[in-house]
Design a protein around this ligand. Sequence first.
Ligand SMILES: Cc1cc2nc3c(=O)[nH]c(=O)nc-3n(C[C@H](O)[C@H](O)[C@H](O)COP(=O)(O)OP(=O)(O)OC[C@H]3O[C@@H](n4cnc5c(N)ncnc54)[C@H](O)[C@@H]3O)c2cc1C
Length: 287
Amino acid sequence: MLRPFEIHEPATVAEASRLLARLGEQAAVYAGGTELLLLMKEGLAHFPHLVNIKTIGGLDAIAFEDGVLRLGAVATHREIETSPAARQHAPLVARVASQVGNLRVRAAGTIGGNLCFAEPHSDPAAVLVAWDATLVLARAGGERCVPAAGFFLGMLQTAREPDEILTAVEVRPLPPGTGAAYHRFALHERPTAAVAAVVTVRDGAVAAARVVVGSVGPVPVRVPEAEDALAGRRPEGEVLRAAAEVAGRRADVLEDMFTSTEYKRHLVSLLAARALHDAVSAARTAH
Ligand SMILES: Cc1cc2nc3c(=O)[nH]c(=O)nc-3n(C[C@H](O)[C@H](O)[C@H](O)COP(=O)(O)OP(=O)(O)OC[C@H]3O[C@@H](n4cnc5c(N)ncnc54)[C@H](O)[C@@H]3O)c2cc1C
């Protein structure tokens, strides 16, 4: 049962940030509420004050400007999935939004809420770390940019300060010769294991690779050993298989009551093989 709370409806980010600073631990940012209200209903958290940031004009905008796709933090997964700008400039980011949970979650849940909650089984988080996206955090005094890889500090923990609002996610189109792919395996709605890969192929060899494993550990992380196994090599058969196997072996995997560590490592290797295969195929046709 939900205990009573007061909803604040700030008109600007600065106003929202000042409210958060003043109310401290009594307040939480409220966007789609798909995670927050569930926690509160189950009595796992209680905030007497919710700061609704959906009332702030422009925070839901999705636009491509000056070579950057900017996803407003309160854009829902559904809005990203159907956005012509996202589909054109970062098709994988749009596709991943379409894989989140179910239609009800996608229609209410926002990209900002997904990232700020830092639940380990996040689809967008793994892709945005692999893509090297930038998160924009703002407070009354100004704003700062944080690379996606530096944002997730642990399970449900991020680099966001309590009075900061995540205002946008910035995604640059991939450089020429670069392809990206994401594969997930889900027993329920949220993924059990996932791998995102971004690979640049130049003169037939791997010039750069980012391999990120998500959902099996506390945060999505790159696996440098898998990336090293690809560097400078022709991305074919045995090379891709070896890198995928390393990704499974070296991934940061947490034990849980449903799935054994060994099984998760096996899943990661399979998903990495698929993601690398698809990223390399996309890279070969990306000009
Ligand atoms: C049934 C179900 C299935 C799901 N399946 C998936 C799945 O398959 N893949 C997946 O990735 N996710 C999944 N999710 C998670 C879903 O993506 C998130 O619930 C949603 O995106 C969270 O956004 P929200 O706007 O509802 O966040 P809220 O619930 O409003 O907020 C979540 C947290 O983030 C904070 N917050 C929100 N926005 C901001 C901001 N802009 N700045 C600072 N702090 C902020 C809030 O204070 C709160 O702590 C699922 C959730 C449910 C309930």
